[in-house]
Design a protein around this ligand. Sequence first.
Ligand code: HEC
Length: 163
Amino acid sequence: MPTACSTRSPARRSAEPIAAAALAVLTAAAAMPARADGLVAYRIVDAAIPASLTGQPGDATRGRAIVANRQIGLCVLCHSGPFPELRFHSDLAPDLTGIGNRMSEGELRLRVVDASHANPQTIMPSYYRVDGLTRVTPALRGKPLLDAGQIEDVVAYLKTLKE
Ligand code: HEC
């Protein structure tokens, strides 16, 4: 019956984007299974994490804001770098200027995710780890210092630091 067809077809059309979105979510979830601790699983290959934790590239502008911020990233408590707006510069850790030349994207990601992989005695926090950490305040227990999206933003920014 033509009338029934014409009333049903718009409904069928509008379900298509929903089905496509659901499929995209399921596919992403299958590619990035959540671990028991709620963090995104990642694979370390040759001292690097080659794949984005979110499946997407990060945003370098947001990453710079995280790195240069003394409350969120804390990076500048230890690192100096191309941050002319900051009044004092720390030299506890290597200068980040040119780090995009010295380390690959995957090496940068692993360094920020888990600095103890490169140096078990490091003073640098592991930003995407919740296990094996001591001295964590109760409010932060069970939460990584940065979430997966923030890690990707920081990596995107560090990649731009070329000389
Ligand atoms: C408490 C001090 C501290 C903080 C905070 C810190 N780092 Fe580090 N970082 C270090 C030290 C020290 C090293 C040198 C290697 C080592 O001892 O682990 C290092 C090494 C690195 C390296 C490798 C540098 C090289 O030239 O080999 C990168 C990249 C890096 N840090 C990025 C960051 C970023 C991004 C942040 C913030 C999200 C950060 N760090 C926060 C102390 C710190």
